[in-house]
Design a protein around this ligand. Sequence first.
Ligand code: ATP
Length: 304
Amino acid sequence: MIRAENLTKRYGNRTVVQDLGFTVRPGAVTGFLGPNGAGKSTTLRMILGLDAPTRGRATVAGRPYAAHPAPLTQVGALLEARSVHPGRTARHHLTALAHTHGIPRSRVDRVLSLAGLTEVADRRVKGFSLGMGQRLGIAAALLGDPAAVILDEPVNGLDPEGVLWIRTLLRSLAAEGRTVLVSSHLMSEMALTADHLIVIGRGRLLADTTVEELVRSAGGATVKVVTPEPDRLRSLLPSARFTEETPGTLLVSGPGAPEIGRTAAAHGVPLHELTPQAPSLEQAFMDLTRDSVEYQAEHQGAAA
Ligand SMILES: Nc1ncnc2c1ncn2[C@@H]1O[C@H](COP(=O)(O)OP(=O)(O)OP(=O)(O)O)[C@@H](O)[C@H]1O
Protein backbone atom coordinates (compact mmCIF):
# COMPACT_ATOMS: atom_id res chain seq x y z
CA MET A 1 0.00 0.00 0.00
CA ILE A 2 1.27 3.47 -0.89
CA ARG A 3 -0.02 6.42 1.07
CA ALA A 4 0.39 10.19 0.80
CA GLU A 5 -0.63 12.39 3.73
CA ASN A 6 -0.68 16.19 3.43
CA LEU A 7 2.15 15.78 0.96
CA THR A 8 3.48 19.21 0.00
CA LYS A 9 6.48 20.36 -2.02
CA ARG A 10 7.60 23.93 -2.45
CA TYR A 11 10.39 25.11 -4.75
CA GLY A 12 11.31 28.63 -3.66
CA ASN A 13 7.98 30.38 -3.26
CA ARG A 14 6.19 28.06 -5.71
CA THR A 15 4.10 25.26 -4.29
CA VAL A 16 4.10 22.46 -6.86
CA VAL A 17 2.44 19.78 -4.73
CA GLN A 18 -0.08 20.86 -2.13
CA ASP A 19 -1.64 18.85 0.70
CA LEU A 20 -2.01 15.71 -1.37
CA GLY A 21 -3.67 12.81 0.41
CA PHE A 22 -4.43 9.45 -1.19
CA THR A 23 -4.02 5.71 -0.75
CA VAL A 24 -2.97 3.33 -3.52
CA ARG A 25 -4.26 -0.17 -2.87
CA PRO A 26 -2.86 -3.56 -3.86
CA GLY A 27 -4.47 -5.75 -6.51
CA ALA A 28 -5.41 -2.89 -8.80
CA VAL A 29 -3.86 -0.56 -11.36
CA THR A 30 -4.11 3.03 -10.14
CA GLY A 31 -3.69 5.71 -12.79
CA PHE A 32 -2.03 8.93 -11.61
CA LEU A 33 -3.25 11.58 -14.01
CA GLY A 34 -2.75 15.27 -14.50
CA PRO A 35 -1.85 17.75 -17.20
CA ASN A 36 1.81 18.55 -17.89
CA GLY A 37 3.40 20.21 -14.89
CA ALA A 38 0.64 19.11 -12.48
CA GLY A 39 3.18 17.67 -10.06
CA LYS A 40 3.00 13.96 -10.88
CA SER A 41 6.74 13.32 -11.16
CA THR A 42 7.45 15.40 -8.06
CA THR A 43 4.92 13.35 -6.08
CA LEU A 44 6.39 10.06 -7.31
CA ARG A 45 9.90 11.25 -6.46
CA MET A 46 8.75 12.05 -2.92
CA ILE A 47 7.18 8.59 -2.58
CA LEU A 48 10.51 7.10 -3.67
CA GLY A 49 12.55 9.22 -1.26
CA LEU A 50 14.31 11.06 -4.11
CA ASP A 51 12.87 14.44 -3.05
CA ALA A 52 12.11 15.51 0.49
CA PRO A 53 8.59 16.79 1.14
CA THR A 54 8.33 20.36 2.44
CA ARG A 55 5.48 19.12 4.59
CA GLY A 56 3.52 15.91 5.07
CA ARG A 57 4.75 12.43 4.25
CA ALA A 58 4.61 9.53 1.86
CA THR A 59 4.83 5.92 2.98
CA VAL A 60 5.13 2.52 1.37
CA ALA A 61 3.83 -0.40 3.44
CA GLY A 62 3.63 1.92 6.44
CA ARG A 63 7.13 3.42 6.32
CA PRO A 64 8.97 6.03 4.26
CA TYR A 65 10.62 4.30 1.28
CA ALA A 66 14.15 4.96 2.55
CA ALA A 67 13.35 3.41 5.94
CA HIS A 68 12.94 -0.06 4.40
CA PRO A 69 15.99 -2.29 4.80
CA ALA A 70 15.57 -3.62 1.21
CA PRO A 71 13.53 -0.98 -0.61
CA LEU A 72 13.86 -2.64 -4.06
CA THR A 73 11.83 -5.58 -2.76
CA GLN A 74 9.13 -3.14 -1.61
CA VAL A 75 8.87 -0.84 -4.61
CA GLY A 76 10.22 -1.11 -8.12
CA ALA A 77 10.19 2.12 -10.07
CA LEU A 78 10.60 3.36 -13.60
CA LEU A 79 11.22 7.07 -13.70
CA GLU A 80 11.90 9.05 -16.87
CA ALA A 81 15.37 8.97 -18.39
CA ARG A 82 16.97 6.30 -16.25
CA SER A 83 20.67 6.30 -16.89
CA VAL A 84 22.23 3.06 -18.01
CA HIS A 85 25.88 2.76 -18.96
CA PRO A 86 25.70 2.54 -22.79
CA GLY A 87 28.61 0.12 -23.07
CA ARG A 88 26.96 -2.45 -20.83
CA THR A 89 24.69 -5.22 -22.01
CA ALA A 90 21.19 -5.52 -20.60
CA ARG A 91 22.25 -8.62 -18.67
CA HIS A 92 25.30 -6.87 -17.18
CA HIS A 93 23.23 -3.90 -16.16
CA LEU A 94 20.66 -6.05 -14.35
CA THR A 95 23.29 -8.34 -12.82
CA ALA A 96 25.17 -5.37 -11.37
CA LEU A 97 21.94 -3.97 -9.97
CA ALA A 98 21.01 -7.35 -8.45
CA HIS A 99 24.46 -7.63 -6.92
CA THR A 100 24.42 -4.23 -5.21
CA HIS A 101 20.94 -4.87 -3.80
CA GLY A 102 21.45 -8.45 -2.61
CA ILE A 103 18.96 -9.83 -5.12
CA PRO A 104 19.54 -13.42 -6.35
CA ARG A 105 21.03 -13.66 -9.87
CA SER A 106 18.22 -16.00 -10.90
CA ARG A 107 15.93 -12.97 -10.95
CA VAL A 108 17.95 -11.50 -13.84
CA ASP A 109 16.90 -14.19 -16.31
CA ARG A 110 13.36 -14.06 -14.98
CA VAL A 111 12.96 -10.30 -15.53
CA LEU A 112 14.75 -10.41 -18.91
CA SER A 113 12.13 -12.90 -20.00
CA LEU A 114 9.25 -10.96 -18.40
CA ALA A 115 10.34 -7.85 -20.29
CA GLY A 116 10.76 -9.73 -23.58
CA LEU A 117 14.51 -8.99 -23.65
CA THR A 118 15.94 -12.53 -23.57
CA GLU A 119 17.08 -12.40 -27.21
CA VAL A 120 18.85 -9.05 -26.87
CA ALA A 121 20.15 -9.64 -23.32
CA ASP A 122 23.77 -9.76 -24.45
CA ARG A 123 23.67 -6.72 -26.72
CA ARG A 124 25.08 -3.39 -25.63
CA VAL A 125 22.47 -0.97 -24.37
CA LYS A 126 23.72 1.83 -26.65
CA GLY A 127 22.12 0.04 -29.62
CA PHE A 128 18.74 -0.20 -27.92
CA SER A 129 15.65 1.47 -29.35
CA LEU A 130 13.48 3.64 -27.11
CA GLY A 131 11.09 0.72 -26.62
CA MET A 132 13.88 -1.69 -25.67
CA GLY A 133 15.29 0.89 -23.24
CA GLN A 134 11.86 1.20 -21.68
CA ARG A 135 11.60 -2.58 -21.36
CA LEU A 136 15.01 -2.64 -19.67
CA GLY A 137 13.83 0.03 -17.21
CA ILE A 138 10.81 -2.10 -16.41
CA ALA A 139 12.96 -5.23 -16.04
CA ALA A 140 15.04 -3.30 -13.50
CA ALA A 141 11.90 -2.16 -11.68
CA LEU A 142 10.75 -5.79 -11.34
CA LEU A 143 14.16 -7.15 -10.31
CA GLY A 144 13.44 -7.16 -6.56
CA ASP A 145 10.07 -8.92 -7.11
CA PRO A 146 8.51 -5.88 -5.44
CA ALA A 147 5.10 -5.73 -3.80
CA ALA A 148 4.53 -2.33 -5.41
CA VAL A 149 5.46 -0.92 -8.80
CA ILE A 150 5.61 2.78 -9.72
CA LEU A 151 5.96 3.74 -13.36
CA ASP A 152 6.23 7.35 -14.53
CA GLU A 153 4.76 7.77 -18.04
CA PRO A 154 5.79 4.28 -19.17
CA VAL A 155 4.11 4.45 -22.59
CA ASN A 156 5.71 7.73 -23.67
CA GLY A 157 7.26 7.28 -27.07
CA LEU A 158 6.32 3.62 -27.44
CA ASP A 159 4.86 2.07 -30.58
CA PRO A 160 1.42 0.41 -30.42
CA GLU A 161 2.91 -3.02 -29.71
CA GLY A 162 4.91 -1.58 -26.80
CA VAL A 163 1.84 0.22 -25.45
CA LEU A 164 -0.16 -2.99 -25.56
CA TRP A 165 2.66 -4.89 -23.86
CA ILE A 166 2.80 -2.38 -20.98
CA ARG A 167 -0.96 -2.44 -20.60
CA THR A 168 -1.00 -6.25 -20.37
CA LEU A 169 1.97 -6.28 -17.99
CA LEU A 170 0.35 -3.76 -15.61
CA ARG A 171 -2.88 -5.76 -15.57
CA SER A 172 -1.01 -8.98 -14.75
CA LEU A 173 1.07 -7.33 -12.00
CA ALA A 174 -2.16 -6.14 -10.38
CA ALA A 175 -3.74 -9.57 -10.81
CA GLU A 176 -0.80 -11.00 -8.85
CA GLY A 177 -1.88 -8.77 -5.97
CA ARG A 178 0.76 -6.06 -6.39
CA THR A 179 0.18 -2.35 -5.91
CA VAL A 180 0.56 -0.64 -9.30
CA LEU A 181 0.79 3.14 -9.60
CA VAL A 182 1.27 4.50 -13.10
CA SER A 183 1.38 8.14 -14.14
CA SER A 184 0.16 9.50 -17.43
CA HIS A 185 -1.21 12.64 -18.99
CA LEU A 186 -3.29 10.50 -21.37
CA MET A 187 -6.76 9.79 -20.07
CA SER A 188 -7.51 7.56 -23.07
CA GLU A 189 -4.64 5.25 -22.16
CA MET A 190 -5.53 5.15 -18.46
CA ALA A 191 -9.16 4.38 -19.24
CA LEU A 192 -8.00 1.15 -20.87
CA THR A 193 -5.51 0.20 -18.18
CA ALA A 194 -6.52 1.54 -14.78
CA ASP A 195 -9.14 0.42 -12.27
CA HIS A 196 -8.79 3.49 -10.13
CA LEU A 197 -7.79 7.06 -10.93
CA ILE A 198 -6.08 9.76 -8.90
CA VAL A 199 -6.24 13.06 -10.78
CA ILE A 200 -4.21 16.12 -9.81
CA GLY A 201 -3.93 19.63 -11.20
CA ARG A 202 -1.64 22.42 -9.99
CA GLY A 203 -0.39 20.04 -7.34
CA ARG A 204 -3.82 19.54 -5.78
CA LEU A 205 -6.05 16.51 -5.66
CA LEU A 206 -8.93 16.88 -8.15
CA ALA A 207 -10.37 13.37 -8.03
CA ASP A 208 -9.76 10.02 -6.35
CA THR A 209 -12.25 7.83 -8.08
CA THR A 210 -13.10 5.06 -10.52
CA VAL A 211 -13.41 5.62 -14.25
CA GLU A 212 -17.22 5.30 -14.09
CA GLU A 213 -17.58 7.74 -11.22
CA LEU A 214 -15.41 10.27 -13.00
CA VAL A 215 -17.70 10.23 -16.01
CA ARG A 216 -20.74 10.64 -13.80
CA SER A 217 -19.28 13.49 -11.78
CA ALA A 218 -18.25 15.31 -14.96
CA GLY A 219 -21.88 15.94 -15.76
CA GLY A 220 -23.07 12.51 -16.82
CA ALA A 221 -24.36 11.54 -20.18
CA THR A 222 -26.34 13.47 -22.75
CA VAL A 223 -29.14 12.05 -24.85
CA LYS A 224 -29.36 12.40 -28.62
CA VAL A 225 -32.93 13.08 -29.73
CA VAL A 226 -34.19 13.31 -33.30
CA THR A 227 -37.65 14.82 -33.65
CA PRO A 228 -39.56 16.78 -36.31
CA GLU A 229 -40.87 19.03 -33.48
CA PRO A 230 -37.74 20.23 -31.62
CA ASP A 231 -39.30 23.48 -30.42
CA ARG A 232 -42.23 21.71 -28.75
CA LEU A 233 -39.89 19.26 -27.03
CA ARG A 234 -37.78 22.17 -25.73
CA SER A 235 -40.84 23.86 -24.27
CA LEU A 236 -41.89 20.62 -22.55
CA LEU A 237 -38.50 20.20 -20.84
CA PRO A 238 -37.80 23.68 -19.42
CA SER A 239 -35.00 22.58 -17.06
CA ALA A 240 -33.02 20.67 -19.71
CA ARG A 241 -30.13 22.09 -21.74
CA PHE A 242 -30.28 21.65 -25.51
CA THR A 243 -27.71 21.78 -28.27
CA GLU A 244 -29.13 21.55 -31.78
CA GLU A 245 -26.60 19.61 -33.86
CA THR A 246 -28.55 19.84 -37.11
CA PRO A 247 -32.20 20.89 -37.55
CA GLY A 248 -34.26 18.33 -35.62
CA THR A 249 -31.26 16.64 -33.98
CA LEU A 250 -30.82 17.68 -30.35
CA LEU A 251 -28.30 16.81 -27.67
CA VAL A 252 -30.16 17.02 -24.39
CA SER A 253 -28.47 17.17 -21.00
CA GLY A 254 -30.26 17.04 -17.69
CA PRO A 255 -33.11 14.55 -17.97
CA GLY A 256 -32.31 10.95 -18.92
CA ALA A 257 -33.71 9.08 -21.92
CA PRO A 258 -36.69 7.60 -19.96
CA GLU A 259 -37.89 11.03 -18.84
CA ILE A 260 -37.51 12.54 -22.31
CA GLY A 261 -39.35 9.57 -23.86
CA ARG A 262 -42.19 9.71 -21.33
CA THR A 263 -42.66 13.47 -21.74
CA ALA A 264 -42.65 13.23 -25.53
CA ALA A 265 -45.15 10.35 -25.47
CA ALA A 266 -47.46 12.12 -23.02
CA HIS A 267 -47.68 15.13 -25.34
CA GLY A 268 -47.68 13.30 -28.64
CA VAL A 269 -44.28 14.60 -29.80
CA PRO A 270 -42.90 12.06 -32.30
CA LEU A 271 -39.35 10.87 -31.67
CA HIS A 272 -37.32 9.30 -34.46
CA GLU A 273 -34.36 8.61 -32.23
CA LEU A 274 -33.63 8.59 -28.49
CA THR A 275 -30.04 7.53 -27.77
CA PRO A 276 -28.07 7.99 -24.53
CA GLN A 277 -24.55 9.22 -25.36
CA ALA A 278 -21.61 8.14 -23.21
CA PRO A 279 -19.48 11.20 -22.52
CA SER A 280 -15.90 10.65 -23.55
CA LEU A 281 -13.45 10.17 -20.74
CA GLU A 282 -11.17 12.61 -22.46
CA GLN A 283 -13.91 15.22 -22.10
CA ALA A 284 -14.41 14.34 -18.42
CA PHE A 285 -10.67 14.72 -17.81
CA MET A 286 -10.52 18.04 -19.65
CA ASP A 287 -13.51 19.37 -17.72
CA LEU A 288 -11.90 18.37 -14.47
CA THR A 289 -8.47 19.82 -15.22
CA ARG A 290 -9.49 22.85 -17.28
CA ASP A 291 -8.60 25.37 -14.58
CA SER A 292 -5.21 23.80 -14.02
CA VAL A 293 -4.40 23.86 -17.72
CA GLU A 294 -5.53 27.46 -18.15
CA TYR A 295 -3.42 28.44 -15.20
CA GLN A 296 -0.46 26.73 -16.84
CA ALA A 297 -0.97 28.53 -20.15
CA GLU A 298 -1.36 31.88 -18.41
CA HIS A 299 1.60 31.23 -16.21
CA GLN A 300 3.83 30.25 -19.12
CA GLY A 301 2.51 33.17 -21.15
CA ALA A 302 3.36 35.58 -18.38
CA ALA A 303 6.85 34.11 -18.05
CA ALA A 304 7.56 34.35 -21.79
N1 ATP B 1 13.75 20.85 -9.06
C1 ATP B 1 12.79 21.72 -9.37
N2 ATP B 1 12.93 23.04 -9.13
C2 ATP B 1 11.95 23.92 -9.41
N3 ATP B 1 10.77 23.61 -9.97
C3 ATP B 1 10.57 22.31 -10.24
C4 ATP B 1 11.54 21.29 -9.95
N4 ATP B 1 11.03 20.09 -10.32
C5 ATP B 1 9.80 20.33 -10.82
N5 ATP B 1 9.52 21.65 -10.77
C6 ATP B 1 8.26 22.29 -11.20
O1 ATP B 1 7.20 21.66 -10.54
C7 ATP B 1 6.06 21.57 -11.38
C8 ATP B 1 5.57 20.14 -11.40
O2 ATP B 1 6.50 19.35 -12.15
P1 ATP B 1 6.35 17.77 -12.34
O3 ATP B 1 7.46 17.33 -13.22
O4 ATP B 1 6.19 17.13 -11.02
O5 ATP B 1 4.97 17.70 -13.14
P2 ATP B 1 4.35 16.50 -13.95
O6 ATP B 1 2.93 16.45 -13.58
O7 ATP B 1 5.16 15.27 -13.76
O8 ATP B 1 4.47 17.02 -15.42
P3 ATP B 1 4.85 16.27 -16.79
O9 ATP B 1 3.63 15.51 -17.21
O10 ATP B 1 5.13 17.44 -17.70
O11 ATP B 1 6.06 15.43 -16.51
C9 ATP B 1 6.47 22.08 -12.74
O12 ATP B 1 5.98 23.38 -12.90
C10 ATP B 1 7.98 22.06 -12.67
O13 ATP B 1 8.51 23.11 -13.46
